[in-house]
Design a protein around this ligand. Structure first.
Ligand code: MSP
Length: 656
């Protein structure tokens, strides 16, 4: 018989910067779920990946002086990049999709065309506000005090030809999906979606852009690129093989069992995504779960605020499993949680070092001390004292399962730790050190006390595997658990461990953290990271020699508008500009900036030039003046920025 199947996904991450602990949180949760399902006997497909198109990435690449593909390659595949981070965090994804992968790009083109041919995508006009310096379109409601929300500058009325998706057509079906099924969880997110987006009226969605090029081109209308969310959402299906030959699992795994997504992208996953699937006449995913954010000091972590938490630093200091455990033990998955180093250290010390670590090391060392490492088969129970312990052990799996099936990781872990806490108390109640004083009389009783403790550790070890796969395996090794008594089935059966089990004393798996020392180290590491994140700036030394004021005033700086610009043949450096300098006669200037600018990006821009320099010849062409730019060295590479003026300034305006 075919195995039961489970398909689970993370969002695909923007590789615009290195990922931080917030992204790690979502991927670790997805990994725990995937591992849990595998443990319970499912054939699992776990997908993650990166969302690599869009204006932001294009801009970032430009800033870095590389192509967008080079830029994303560095962040995804490079050292300490996305793939490295998931390897470090012991993430068990079966597949990794990059939206720049060819198979995905051509599938997206087919999908876009299909919705167009169906009449669900149509060509229209995007009417809104445009911020020229940012090259961004905004709706009236997105403006802040009537200005561009990104840069605060004035915006102008604008129109752009664009394709639209008939989202409005699916409004009723989406409302029903959200309100009358358990498609979206937690339930609180349903009200948010319905009240904020559906009730006010769903508008058609603009699904193409012409203002930038880094995206999937609309193949039947070059110049348009597919809106990045359409490109991104369908990753969940192209990675299975939809409209491509790279994979062949679409029939087997679609629809997804659950998409885990952060709360700010629930709208895309619970409204836009199902509407597009309805348009494509494809089955809908069974569930979207919108988890909360990890906050820092009550606010969102962001690179621009300079307050991101680096998972590499934490994993190196405390270990990967401690970090994984902390993320899922401390915060309820559906709500926001406040990250702090103090909370991390406390969770490690209380749960891992004190409760689990102590139970393990005490038990294993007592079995060593009293029985030479192997329990005797002759054991005697004490009905009264053992009943509760045995009952807790054999019912733990069911309580854990109930929570896991609802993605309540924190509660599932709480169930395990209740039993671990109880077991530590059971040691004190049974006082093995007193029993050991008379081994002849009490040996069998002492053996059974030890056996029960080992059983707690065995069941806990199995159930902890999805959360702390490395250390849970080591717990099971130390208590001498055989392969058959590490299975999901055996986790519901008290007494699976053989009576005469032999334990293997090993390393201390969960050492206690010295809070003060660790906090100081973390502060030092964060400081070092802040410093190394600063660009390694070198600015040309200022000249000592003075220019007299009158001589300087003879320089004639003017605003010039670029009418045309092209590369100079056979020169790698030079661009040839045809400029309007306000005189009515075109001015030609040559400038050695081809390394930094593409000619087509400069046409129409207003620049600054000195126009009264004597003519110079370069590559046989005459240059009448010089364009002004700023130059510095950053991390060893020369960076240059042309001085760009506001477009409102007329050509020929004199600069003073
Ligand atoms: N590329 C889109 C997703 C497309 S899915 C078809 C995107 N990328 S993202 O990199 O900005 O965010 C990816 C995920 O990381 C989101 O689910 C987001 O909620 C999550 N997180 C980013 N910062 C986070 C926290 N501080 N805390 C928890 N999750 C956070 O959106």
């Amino acid at each position: 018989m075919d195995k039961k199947r489970f398909y689970i996904t993370t969002p695909i991450y923007y590789p615009s910067d290195k990922l931080h602990i917030g992204h790690t949180y979502c991927t670790v949760a997805t990994d725990a779920m995937a591992r849990y399902k595998r443990l319970t006997g499912y054939e699992v497909l776990f997908l993650t990946g990166t969302d690599e198109h869009g204006q932001k990435i294009e801009d970032k690449a430009k800033e870095a002086g590389v192509t967008p593909k080079e830029f994303v390659d560095g962040i995804v595949e490079g050292p300490k990049g996305v793939k490295d981070l998931w390897k470090l965090m012991n993430i068990s994804n079966d597949r990794f999709i990059r939206t720049t992968d060819d198979y995905h790009v051509s599938a997206i083109q087919k999908i876009f065309k299909k919705m167009y041919e169906k009449g669900d995508i149509y060509k229209g006009k995007y009417v809104g506000k445009y911020c020229k310096p940012c090259e961004s379109f905004w709706t009236e409601s997105q403006l802040v005090d009537g200005k561009c929300p990104d840069c605060g500058r004035d915006v102008q009325d604008a129109e752009e030809e664009a394709y639209f998706f008939k989202l409005s057509k699916y409004a009723d079906r989406i409302q029903h999906l959200l309100e009358d099924t358990d498609f979206l969880e937690p339930r609180s997110r349903v009200n948010e979606m319905v009240n904020n987006f559906i009730k006010p009226g769903l508008e058609d969605l603009c699904v193409s852009r012409t203002s930038f090029t880094w995206g999937v081109p609309v193949d039947f209308d070059p110049g348009h690129v597919v809106y990045v969310w359409v490109d991104a959402l369908f990753n969940y299906t192209t990675a299975l093989g939809l409209f491509n030959d790279k994979y062949h699992d679409y029939e087997k795994f679609w629809p997804a069992d659950v998409h885990f997504v952060g709360k700010e992208i629930v709208r895309f996953h619970s409204i836009i995504w199902p509407a597009m699937l309805m348009s494509m006449e494809m089955p809908l995913p069974k569930k979207v779960f919108g988890h909360g954010w990890l906050l820092l000091d009550g606010g969102k972590m962001s690179k621009s605020k300079g307050n991101v938490v680096d998972p590499y630093i934490l994993a190196e200091m405390f270990g990967v499993d401690a970090l994984r455990f902390f993320l899922l033990r401390t915060f309820p998955f559906g709500s926001d949680g406040n990250f702090s180093n103090e909370a991390l250290i406390q969770t490690i010390n209380v749960d891992l070092a004190n409760d689990l670590g102590n139970l393990l090391s005490r038990t294993v060392s007592m079995v060593g001390k009293y029985f030479g490492g192997t329990l005797p088969e002759d054991q005697s129970e004490n009905g009264e004292m053992d009943r509760e312990m045995v009952e807790l052990i054999s019912s733990l799996r069911a309580r854990y399962e109930e929570q896991m099936e609802h993605y309540a990781f924190q509660n599932a872990l709480a169930e395990i730790f209740k039993v671990i806490g109880r077991a530590n108390k059971y040691i004190d109640e049974n006082a093995p050190w007193v029993l050991a004083k008379d081994m002849e009389a009490n040996g069998p009783r002492l053996a059974r006390v030890m056996y029960n403790l080992l059983e707690v550790l065995r069941v806990s070890g199995i159930l902890l595997t999805p959360f702390i796969p490395g250390s849970a395996g080591k717990v099971l090794d130390q208590i001498g658990a055989c392969q058959e008594c590490r299975t999901w089935d055996s986790a519901a059966v008290y007494g699976s461990l053989r009576r005469d089990v032999t334990v293997q004393r090993g390393e201390n798996l969960f050492p206690r953290v010295d809070t003060e020392k660790a906090l100081a180290q973390l502060e030092a590491a964060a400081e070092a990271a802040r410093k190394s994140a600063l660009p390694d700036l070198e600015i040309e030394p200022q000249l000592e020699a003075k220019v007299d004021f009158d001589t300087f005033c003879k320089s004639d700086f003017r605003a010039v508008k670029v009418k045309a610009c092209e590369n100079v043949k056979k020169s790698e450096k030079l661009l040839k500009f045809t400029l309007d300098d306000g005189t009515g006669t075109d001015r030609q200037i040559l400038s050695g900036i081809a390394k930094w600018y593409k000619p087509e990006d400069l046409v129409g821009k207003t620049l600054m030039a000195i126009v009264n320099l004597p003519p110079r010849k370069m590559m046989g062409l005459e240059s009448n003046g010089m364009l002004i730019s700023a130059v510095h060295t950053e991390k060893g590479a020369e960076v240059l920025n042309l001085l760009m003026l506001d477009d409102k300034i007329p050509a020929g305006a004199k600069m003073c």
